[in-house]
Design a binder for this molecule. Structure first.
Ligand code: SAJ
Length: 418
């Protein structure tokens, strides 16, 4: 089997490598020539555990190569970004997907399978992708097999989840579904669930929406508990002892290119019906301002405070800054002219933000504002670090620091802001 992947980002690259590791000849296509050169030299451009070792392996074996142009293959796999449009409901922008389909059109042959892995609005396959291929003269289900197989892997553990997660394969016709399923049988050990394209689209969107709504509930609870002077973390621990309750973790907001983006695709298609989903998004988007208000309260006795920001990426142990609530918090703080900020993040490269070491960041700081739950932060010795600080306080918005471990520094978290 030969596979041509369109898009070598957080999903396209690991997926391509996984196919190549299992003997498939893979050509990966991306628009950015620097990425192509880098990958062909065996160097990764994103951070993900295992990615570097596996890329080295498949470049060496000759099973994977990167290119700026597509070429004929048995299977085409599209994994390009689907951002929000700038319209009022932040609907799904299919431009890159449709562009990728147009780009592969000259290379398609009868019998090929075309897979869209990008997260897309409900009905996109039926209403937009399929008509484009039919217009080119193909009968779907006979000449070509067209499927939506949404990616569902968690950044940070992509290689494990690619193999062991259940995989939803939704075809335009049953023959399409079967062709798509056969492709993933190459390496998937989870269940391959067969359905139609629209069900697959909606199921994927609802997975991320479910998580977003549940995090919103936790964030709302944090605000309520603050007003009523109750420790929100104790409440969550207690409630979660119930066998059918799983309140998620409150924090500075919901980031990344999935949860903060995908629920809008549903709201945009059914704005009147999708009330709770829209409200959850609003709640989660309000959290950076809430965190800034809390930080201001903690620093109310300082006229020109200095804050050391620890953590910029959207979640722990990744380098991804997309939709990161930390960036939103920083933008809000920067609007306050009286505050000095320094930044520290062991995962984000200095080319993206003016990062300094932890020791440098805390020099004369009044507060460490922890916005990402990186493993390094859980392990750092705050008693030693705080010796260089003016005010010895850390506001842990991720509730990942054990306050019992330290004597020299006050650890404030979302359960004890007062
Ligand atoms: N977060 C909280 N509280 C929580 C859990 C998460 O505030 O209790 C925050 C995180 O810090 C982060 C954001 O939510 O800012 C999203 O993080 P995440 O770990 O929940 O999810 P992603 O965006 O990294 O990956 C999600 C996953 N979806 C689900 O778990 C349902 C993944 O399986 C999907 O493949 C991915 O979206 C995607 O690409 O769609």
């Amino acid at each position: 089997m030969k596979l041509c992947t369109m898009g070598l980002g957080y999903i396209g690259l690991p997926t391509s490598i996984m196919f190549a590791k299992h003997g498939v000849e893979v050509v990966g296509v991306d628009l950015v020539p620097e990425i192509i050169n880098q990958l062909n030299d065996g160097k990764i451009h994103i951070e993900e555990p295992g990615l570097q070792e596996f890329l080295t392996e498949v470049v060496k074996s000759g099973k994977f190569r990167a290119s700026v142009a597509p070429e004929a293959a048995d299977v085409f796999l599209i994994a390009v970004p689907t951002p929000n449009k700038k319209d009022v409901h932040r609907s799904c922008d299919l431009t890159h997907v449709l562009q990728a389909v147009k780009q592969i059109l000259p290379f398609i042959q009868k019998g090929n399978t075309i897979i869209i892995e990008s997260t897309i609005a409900p009905r996109s396959m039926e209403d937009q992708v399929a008509p484009l291929l039919e217009k080119a003269g193909y009968t779907i289900g006979e000449d070509l097999y067209v499927v939506h197989c949404p990616e569902r892997v968690l950044p940070g553990q992509i290689f494990h989840e690619l193999v062991y997660n259940n995989r939803v394969v939704g075809g335009i016709t049953e023959a399409c579904t079967n062709a798509g399923a056969a492709v993933y049988e190459t390496f998937v050990k989870g269940e391959i669930i067969r359905t139609n394209a629209s069900t697959a689209e909606m199921a994927k969107l609802m997975e991320n929406t479910f998580r977003d709504v549940n995090i919103a509930l936790a964030n709302e609870l944090a605000k309520i508990c603050f007003e009523l002077n109750i420790n929100v973390l104790d409440v969550i621990t207690m409630a979660n002892k119930h066998p059918r309750v799983n309140i998620h973790q409150p924090g500075p907001g919901v980031g990344g290119h999935c949860l903060a983006v995908d629920p809008h695709f549903i709201v945009a298609e059914a704005p009147k019906a999708a009330k709770m989903i829209g409200l959850a998004r609003e709640t989660n988007r309000s959290m950076p301002q809430y965190i800034v208000d809390c930080a201001n309260m903690l620093l109310r006795h300082r006229q020109f405070p200095k804050i050391a920001i620890f953590g910029l990426s959207y979640k722990g142990n990744v380098d991804d800054l997309r939709e990161s609530p930390a960036i939103e918090v920083i933008n809000l703080l920067m609007k306050q002219k009286n505050i000095e900020l320094t930044f520290h993040d062991p995962h984000v490269p200095v080319s993206k933000m003016p990062i300094v070491s932890a020791e440098e960041a805390v020099q004369k700081a009044d507060l460490i504002l922890l916005l990402t739950d990186h493993q390094e932060f859980k392990e750092m010795d705050l008693d030693i670090l705080s010796q260089q600080m003016n005010g010895k306080m850390i506001f842990d918005t991720r509730n990942c620091i054990d306050p019992e471990r330290f004597e020299q520094i006050q650890v404030v978290n979302l359960g004890n802001i007062h």
